[in-house]
Write a new protein. Sequence first.
Length: 122
Amino acid sequence: MDCIHLTGIRCYGYTGYLQEEQVLGQWFEVDVRLWLDISKAGTTDAIEDTIDYRSIISLVQNLVKTSKFSLVEKLASTIADSVLASSDHATKVQVVLSKPAAPIPDFGGRISIELTRTKCNA
């Protein structure tokens, strides 16, 4: 199975457990891996035979910008489910959602959620 990687999708959103996170917002970074058969697109050179990455990037950005969940787990799951639902070609998706500056005292690292979902009829 072939794989398309979309990395470094950076957008501002309002998901977080603390009230301030849902009001003030923060930056998120999202990486998406899409599994699909791209052999036909490799032959036809037609975008209809693959995934238009612009639509996936736009979908991810819109979900991050407009969602107000308490948990990043919910946001990552929503992104994965929405990507699979929006694509006729993708059979599996992996989402890595990161908070580069989580509001945790004395913590300078990043928090990341990684999940993989497979289309039920795949």
